[in-house]
Structures are given as structure tokens and as C-alpha cells.
Design a binder for this molecule. Structure first.
Ligand code: BEZ
Length: 387
């Protein structure tokens, strides 16, 4: 009889356990979907390094739970974006997606994340739509919208008295939207964009377009390129002799993580971005030291954005005490957080995009040195976001 009673008590306990599952202590699965090959390969690696550095600084755990990584090389190839995202979402069943660099790939990721209601933290790609018409509670960015650095450079170039500008970029969302932001601010400041030049991503045959710039003789040129393409563009601009008469500006991706490879060609270039290597605040100094010790490399804006993606995830998980079933608590906390970033503290808009101080930087040696603030607390207009 006693044995029977014990057995039925144990069975009852099991039923309760099944109805109210104990919080899992299994590792949190983080899916890193980043470019590890191609023109943006170095950017993907820096983001992963930054993300892992923050987790490592927390003892390898967030909200008391181990982190398990799954990785996919997205090759900056939009046509493979959906399949690659689903490798992480459906095959690996990750709890959170982190990615990516390329706006076209990120749009596919955001669609897949929305359909499956998977948490997504975007650590670079600026596609305006992600925090515009496609905005969703489960999607947050740790980086910027394409509009923001374009707009800030437009402010700078108008303030510096340029009147006639040409733009040059790759013909995909990041280039087109950055130029749009630039044009909005530059023309509001009294300038005029006289011609937009584009070439397909990731093409680096710039010669014909440089010849056209020489023929048009604008006051200044605004460029969006990044990674390997930025290295070649800046060198080609100087090799064509254009820097002697037509000053070149860019959103900061033109010189971020690229200065060693660009050599003398990049020296003195003025750009705007939400980060400057030499930003002299304790958080940045400690971050750069820790990054250099860990990876034997200098941190750049991509590393910062990876680091901050992990900080945003930590804020969500800490609010829910590591309980992934508390989705509303996690997504609300990921927006409410003030991120103590190496770029300076920043908040996140209702649409899920960082509100950013945009800095003027000058390329000196291997650093993008801080010069001034181009625009304080610049919020993306989040056009089309309804939540
Ligand atoms: C983008 O595709 O959104 C992007 C890529 C590199 C740097 C900045 C933006």
C-alpha cells in the first residue's frame, strides 16, 4: 500500500512538472549569420569577435546561461539569404539570430525572423525597411539605419560650404539609402547633388566612373563603400589624382577597419559615423584594450556593433532571468535598455533602431580620430513603421 501511495505521488509530481515546465538551464543557442568570405569578410569576423568578447567578459554566460554558437557564412549573397537564415532557424533551432552585414541579406533574414517569430539582432546592415515598414517587436538593431550616416555626412558637407556634389556607391539598398539620407541633409543645407553614380555590388571597376567625376568637376564627392571595396575605391580615387582638386567624403565605412590596407591614400579623409577609434571615454579605452589583447587586432565600428548586440541580448535575458519563454519581457527590455557602448551611451527607438551621436572623424595613421559631433542624438525617421 505504501509503495502504491509513493508511486501515485511521484506520478502526480511528474504531471505537475509536465504542465508547468521548469525553466531550462540548457545553453542559449545563438545563430551567427555573417559574411566570412567576400568583400565584407573582415566585417563579419569583427562582429563575431565583438559579440564573443562581451559574452566572455560576463564569464561565458548571459543571465546565468551558457551560450552555444551556430555559424553560417552568408557570403553577402541576398539570393541565399532565406535558405541560410532557415538553416539556423529550422535546422539548428536557434533561440536568437544575430546578423548580418549586407542590407539585402538582412532583409531576407528579417522576413524569415518575422515569419518564425525568432528574435533577431542586426549588428550592422542598415536597410531602412528593417526598422521602417518591416519593424517588429522581435527585431532590434545594434548598429544604424542607412539613412543615419548618410544624413550626418550631408550635414557636414553642407556646413563645410560645398555646393555641388556627386555621389558614388554600389547599387543596392545600403548604397541607395545612404545616398538618399545624404541628399536630404545636403540639399536642406543649401547644396545640390548634381549626379549620382552607381555600379553593381561588389564590383570594383571604378575607372569609368572616376573619369566621369573628373569631367563633371563637382565641389566634392560623397561615397558609400565598405570593406574590400572601400580599400580599392580610396586608392583608385587618389591614383586618378582626383583628391588634388575634388575632396572626397564618405560615411565612415569608407575608412573603418580599412586604414592599414588603404595606406597613405586615406590619410586626412573626413567621414562621419557613430564611432571613432580615438573616442576618449573609459568604456572605449577599456574595450579597445580588451579587444586588442584578445584578438591581436584593432577594434573597429563592426566590432563595437557586435559587442553591443551581445549587450542588448543580455539586457533582454537579464530582465527575464534567462527564461526564454518570457518573450514579451525580453523584447521590451531589448528596447528599453540604455546601451553603455564604446561609442558612448545610446538608447533604442520604439522602432528598434539606435538613436546615435554622429561623429566627424579624420583618418590619421591607423585611427579614425574624433574631431567633433556632426549631429547629436540622430534618430532614424522610421518611415512606415507601425507597431
Ligand atoms: C549594408 O549593406 O547595410 C552595409 C554594409 C557595410 C557597411 C555598412 C552597411
Amino acid at each position: 500500500m505504501k509503495t502504491l501511495l509513493k508511486l501515485s505521488a511521484a506520478a502526480a509530481a511528474l504531471c505537475v512538472a509536465a504542465a508547468v515546465p521548469a525553466q531550462s538551464n540548457a545553453p542559449i543557442k545563438v545563430g551567427l549569420m555573417l559574411p566570412y568570405t567576400g568583400t565584407y569578410a573582415a566585417l563579419g569576423t569583427a562582429i563575431e569577435n565583438g559579440f564573443k568578447l562581451y559574452v566572455q567578459e560576463q564569464g561565458g554566460k548571459l543571465a546565468g546561461r551558457e551560450i552555444q554558437y551556430f555559424k553560417v557564412d552568408d557570403e553577402s549573397e541576398p539570393s541565399k539569404g532565406t535558405d541560410n537564415a532557415n538553416k539556423l532557424i529550422k535546422r539548428d533551432q536557434v533561440d536568437v539570430l544575430v546578423g548580418t552585414v549586407h542590407s539585402g541579406v538582412a532583409l531576407a533574414m528579417a522576413r524569415a525572423a518575422k515569419e518564425s517569430n525568432t528574435l533577431l539582432i542586426v549588428p550592422n546592415a542598415g536597410a531602412d525597411a528593417i526598422t521602417g515598414p518591416m519593424c517588429a517587436p522581435n527585431i532590434v538593431r545594434s548598429s544604424f539605419s542607412n539613412w543615419q550616416p548618410g544624413y550626418a555626412t550631408g550635414v557636414l558637407m553642407a556646413q563645410r560650404g560645398h555646393k555641388r556634389a556627386m555621389t558614388i556607391t554600389w547599387n543596392y539598398a545600403a548604397g541607395i539609402e545612404t545616398v538618399k539620407g545624404f541628399t536630404e541633409a545636403f540639399e536642406k543645407g543649401g547644396g545640390k547633388v548634381v549626379k549620382d553614380l552607381t555600379l553593381p555590388f561588389p564590383n570594383v571597376e571604378f575607372q569609368a566612373l572616376l573619369t566621369e567625376i573628373a569631367a563633371q568637376k563637382p565641389d566634392a564627392v560623397f561615397a558609400f563603400f565598405a570593406g574590400g571595396g572601400a580599400v580599392k575605391f580610396v586608392k583608385d580615387y587618389v591614383a586618378a589624382g582626383l583628391n588634388k582638386t575634388i575632396p572626397l567624403y564618405g560615411s565612415g565605412f569608407l575608412t573603418d577597419g580599412t586604414l592599414e590596407a588603404q595606406g597613405p591614400a586615406a590619410q586626412g579623409l573626413l567621414t562621419t559615423l557613430h564611432y571613432a577609434d580615438s573616442l576618449d571615454i573609459p568604456r572605449n579605452n577599456a574595450f579597445r584594450k580588451s579587444y586588442a589583447l584578445t584578438y591581436k587586432a584593432n577594434a573597429d565600428v563592426y566590432a563595437v556593433q557586435g559587442y553591443d548586440a551581445a549587450q542588448i541580448l543580455a539586457a533582454g535575458l537579464n530582465a527575464a532571468k534567462g527564461d526564454l519563454s518570457k518573450r514579451d519581457v525580453i523584447t521590451a527590455a531589448m528596447r528599453k535598455v540604455t546601451v553603455d557602448s564604446p561609442r558612448g551611451k545610446f538608447t533604442i527607438s520604439a522602432a528598434g533602431n539606435p538613436v546615435l551621436d554622429m561623429y566627424v572623424r579624420e583618418a590619421k595613421g591607423l585611427n579614425n580620430e574624433y574631431r567633433s559631433v556632426a549631429v547629436k542624438a540622430l534618430a532614424d525617421p522610421a518611415r512606415g513603421c507601425k507597431m
